[in-house]
Design a protein. Sequence first.
Length: 114
Amino acid sequence: QVHLVESGGGLVQPGGSLTLSCVTSGGPFSTYTMYWNRLWRGRPGKDREWVAVISPAGNANYADSVKGRFTISRDNAKNTIYLHMNSLKPEDTALYYCSTQEYWGQGTQVTVSL
């Protein structure tokens, strides 16, 4: 069983920055393609979005909504991926969770507000 635990969320003002972490255990982390996703509550029609992906080799790709503002990275020695978020906007407010192709964590809340 693979376990994923996110941390680093919190309250930040618009234009601010946060870095999220996701520690993985129970599987061969270095072989996993890893994802950051986000979930909005009470938003009919589109309640979740894929944010970023990083391959085992470290190649990254991003949703258009975060491109140029967010950076995904990984540290295979620590079984950890990160999401560095800059220039945060109120619409970035969401529950952020990491995942493999089969498993996901419980998430960490990010709130962007004055």
